[in-house]
Ligand binder design. Structure first.
Ligand code: GLN
Length: 311
C-alpha cells in the first residue's frame, strides 16, 4: 500500500519547501522567534519503521497537538461518561479560543478547542501541581518514546500572556464545569502545550494512536485500547478547528494541529504522520503541513472513506 513512501516524502519536501504563505504565531511571544523556513516531514509505521525528511533536528512545542493525548489521559482518569458530558464532541465553526457555548450552556463544544482542553486538564489526577504535571509528563513520554521535557521559555511566555485562556477557565469554573483551583488547572494546560518534541516524535505519538494505543517503537502502552476510537473520532471531527470539515473532505484522516506549526495525523492501523512548519494560515494550521497531508492522502488513498485500492 505504501510503496515508494520515502521517495514520495522527499518529493513533497522539495515541492513544498518553497511554499511561503502564512505567518508564524505571535500571540505567544516566544513562538514568534521560530524560524519560519524550518520544515520537516516524518512518518512512523505501526511495524516500527520510520523516517524523516528535512529539518529532523528542529524542535518545537506540542501546543494543541497535546490535546488528544490529554483527552486520552482524562478518559483513563475520569471515564468516558464524565469526560464527554463535560466537554462535548460537537464540531465548532469557531476559532480554537472561542467562548461560544460557555456563556449559555457552560460547557465547551469539544475537547480540541482551548475551553475543552482546559476541562480535560482539570480532570487529571494528582495531589499537587507538580505531582499532576509529573503524571502528565510521564504519560506524554509514552507517546513520544522519550522523556518529555517542558520548554521553559515557551511555558513562561504563554503563562504571562494567557489572559484569554484564563478568562475561559474562570467562566468554566463559574458554570461548575471545572472544579477546584482554576490557576492550577490553567497552569497544567499551559504546561501540556509547552512540552517539546521533534517531528519524528510527533509522528511516533500519532503512530501510537494508529497502533491502538501502543508506541510501535518502545512497545509501551500509552492509552487503553478501549479509548482510542473516542480520541480518533474527536480528532477527525474537531482536530483542525474551523477547517475540520474541509480537512475531513480533502484529507479524511484524524489529525491535530498546534500553533507552533505542528500537525500530527493518524492513519489507523497503518502509520502516524508528523509535519512541522511554523507558517500558519488563518485557522492556525500549518500551511505546508496541510499541503503535505493533502498530497499524501491523495497519493496513497489514505482517506478513511476511500474504498478504492491504491495503485
Ligand atoms: N497554547 C495555545 C493556546 O492555548 C494552543 C493553541 C493551539 O495550538 N491552537 O492558545
Amino acid at each position: 500500500m505504501l510503496h515508494d513512501l520515502e521517495p514520495t516524502l522527499e518529493a513533497l519536501y522539495e515541492r513544498y519547501r518553497g511554499l511561503n504563505t502564512g505567518s508564524v504565531a505571535t500571540y505567544i511571544p516566544e513562538l514568534a522567534k521560530a524560524d519560519p523556513d524550518r520544515f520537516c516531514i516524518a512518518v512512523r509505521l505501526v511495524d516500527g519503521t520510520g523516517f524523516a525528511v528535512g529539518d529532523s533536528d528542529a524542535r518545537f512545542t506540542l501546543q494543541s497537538c497535546s490535546k488528544p493525548l490529554i483527552l486520552a489521559q482524562a478518559l483513563m482518569t475520569a471515564g468516558r461518561e464524565i469526560v464527554i458530558a463535560l466537554t462535548g464532541v460537537e464540531p465548532t465553526g469557531n476559532s480554537f479560543s472561542s467562548m461560544v457555548g460557555l456563556d449559555q450552556v457552560g460547557k465547551p463544544l469539544n475537547p480540541m478547542v482551548n475551553a475543552g482542553a482546559i476541562v480535560t486538564a482539570s480532570l487529571l489526577a494528582g495531589r499537587t501541581r507538580e505531582d499532576r504535571f509529573e503524571r502528565m509528563r510521564r504519560n506524554l513520554s509514552a507517546y513520544l518514546g522519550t522523556e518529555a521535557e517542558l520548554d521553559e521559555a515557551v511555558y513562561e511566555s504563554e503563562r504571562r500572556t494567557s489572559d484569554r485562556n484564563r478568562a475561559l477557565a474562570y467562566l468554566l469554573k463559574s458554570k461548575g464545569t471545572i472544579e477546584g483551583d482554576v490557576e492550577d488547572h490553567l497552569d497544567l494546560y499551559i504546561r501540556q502545550c509547552a512540552i517539546g518534541a521533534d517531528t519524528q516524535q510527533l509522528a511516533d505519538a500519532a503512530a501510537t494512536l494508529a497502533n491502538n494505543g501502543v508506541n510501535p517503537v518502545t512497545g509501551q502502552r500509552a492509552v487503553d485500547a478501549e479509548f482510542v476510537q473516542d480520541i480518533l473520532v474527536v480528532m477527525l471531527m474537531n482536530g483542525m478547528y474551523n477547517y475540520a470539515g474541509r480537512w475531513a473532505y480533502e484529507v479524511g484522516i484524524p489529525a491535530k494541529s498546534g500553533v507552533s506549526g505542528a500537525i500530527m495525523a493518524v492513519v489507523p492501523g497503518v502509520m502516524g504522520i508528523g509535519v512541522y512548519s511554523p507558517r500558519l494560515d488563518e485557522y492556525g494550521n500549518s500551511t505546508r503541513g496541510l499541503a503535505v497531508c493533502q498530497a499524501l492522502s491523495r497519493r496513497f488513498n489514505l482517506h478513511i472513506l476511500d474504498q478504492r485500492t491504491p495503485d
